[in-house]
Design a protein around this ligand. Structure first.
Ligand SMILES: Nc1ncnc2c1ncn2[C@@H]1O[C@H](COP(=O)(O)OP(=O)(O)OP(=O)(O)O)[C@@H](O)[C@H]1O
Length: 396
């Protein structure tokens, strides 16, 4: 793609538009000085921003700051007052709106499915509009349902026979139907409960690893933004972008008080999600097999009284963790009830997960497991903190 024409005006955070494009790699969608002015109010003002091809770009910010308006100007659901938006190097103003919309996937908060059509028909709609023969559209739609994790048996249902999370999955399948290079997602997961939301987020990341679409994702949730975004644009009131950077940078170095406040109080802890936990030393876990008491012959650590005076991790025959024996549980008749364990630290996880494993464990020892869920060792909170310090020094 030819290098786009840009202004050299500095962006928020001190970078020029050209630098932003360079950092973003090849740009799929670009805003050049785009404004949308409603009577008496600027919804978006002088937005200049590049969206990288094949990446997830998140627009995040408080309510009313112009995220949705910016998104909708890409497919001309809203027309800008001034400025230019290009997709794949072409100004969207030169592409008929219906054609443009059909060429992009669009997923919104309430999946927006047609209530009187089956799930299969909802997914097939765009394919049929694009003149794909019925049998082929049906086959492709069934494949897409599988892609988004829905069984083929749901294809005949109507939207009101699905849960909110399932409807959102159908919405994603429908948006992917025409295999569009660009996917616009406007708060697609905000109407579902937190557990389903986490599943849908994980699913989107999995899908994106396979599909590498250019996704523009609007949310007002900073956690969702930093989890999903390759790059995050933090919008402030009036459609001004306060910071546009990778999530790690937004958490580590918010550019001003507005971004720092928006990102919130736990940002130091959340930033640890971006630091690999591989340098945290693993210690042998003090384990004991079921049916054996702490200090018994199958304890890996300390014999007899010494083991009985410390926390011991109960494991099954495959060394998967079951819970903890509190100090005092012994062959001599102490309690054999297991205390539930904390979160597990998986090989390859971040420092955040390592610290959480240590802090959430009743013993103070975070349990590390391998890919098969077997105990690989334990981590100490103090050593995780030392690794955090070392990582910080390495950065500076
Ligand atoms: N059709 C319209 N007419 C007048 N003002 C509008 C119109 N659409 C949006 N606005 C105003 O423009 C501003 C930006 O709206 P927009 O929906 O883009 O914000 P948002 O960041 O997506 O908000 P939210 O997170 O609440 O969805 C708001 O103040 C809104 O009231």
């Amino acid at each position: 793609m030819a290098a786009p024409e840009t202004t050299a005006a500095p962006q928020a955070g001190g970078t020029t538009a050209q630098e932003t494009i360079d950092q973003a790699g090849e740009a799929m969608v670009e805003f050049h000085n785009v404004s949308k002015i409603y009577p008496g109010q600027a919804a978006v003002e002088n937005l200049t921003l590049s969206v990288a091809t094949g990446k997830i770009t998140v627009f995040v910010g408080p309510s009313g700051c112009g995220k949705t308006t910016s998104l909708r100007m890409i497919n001309r659901m809203v027309e800008p007052t001034s400025g230019t938006i290009t997709v794949g190097g072409r100004s969207v103003a030169t592409i008929p709106a219906h054609e443009l919309r059909r060429s992009m996937g669009y997923v919104m908060q309430q999946a927006g499915l047609l209530p009187h059509r089956t799930v299969l028909d909802n997914v097939s709609t765009v394919l049929r509009l694009n003149k794909v023969p019925r049998a082929q559209a049906r086959k492709r739609s069934l494949e897409l349902l599988e892609t988004v994790g829905l069984p083929a048996s749901m294809a005949r249902r109507y939207p009101n026979q699905l849960s909110g999370g399932q409807q959102q999955r159908v919405g994603v399948a429908r948006a992917l139907a025409a295999d569009p290079p660009v996917l616009l997602m406007d708060e697609p997961f905000s109407a579902v409960d937190p557990v389903v939301r986490a599943e849908l987020q994980a699913e989107l990341l999995r899908l994106q690893r396979e599909l590498a679409k250019t996704i523009i994702f609007v949310t007002h949730d900073i956690d969702e933004a930093t989890l999903l975004g390759d790059r995050v644009a933090v919008f402030a009131t009036g459609g001004r972008v306060a910071q546009y950077a990778p999530p790690e940078e937004i958490l580590r170095a918010p550019v001003d008080d507005f971004v720092a406040n928006f990102v919130g109080r736990d940002r130091g802890f959340r930033h640890l999600s971006f630091s690999p936990g591989g340098d945290v030393p693993l210690h042998p876990a003090p384990t004991v097999l079921p049916g054996d008491a702490p200090g018994g012959e199958n304890s890996t650590h300390d014999a007899g009284a010494a083991a009985a005076s410390r926390w011991m991790l109960a494991v099954d025959a495959d060394r998967r963790p079951l819970g903890w024996h509190a100090p005092g549980a012994s062959a001599a008749g102490g309690s054999t009830e297991l205390v539930p364990g904390g979160s597990l630290f998986h090989e390859g996880d971040s420092l955040r997960n390592a610290l959480d494993a240590a802090l959430s464990s009743p013993s103070g020892l975070g349990v590390a497991v391998d890919g098969a869920g077997r105990v690989a060792g334990v981590v100490h909170a103090a050593e995780v903190l030392a690794a955090i310090d070392a990582a910080r020094e390495g950065r500076h």
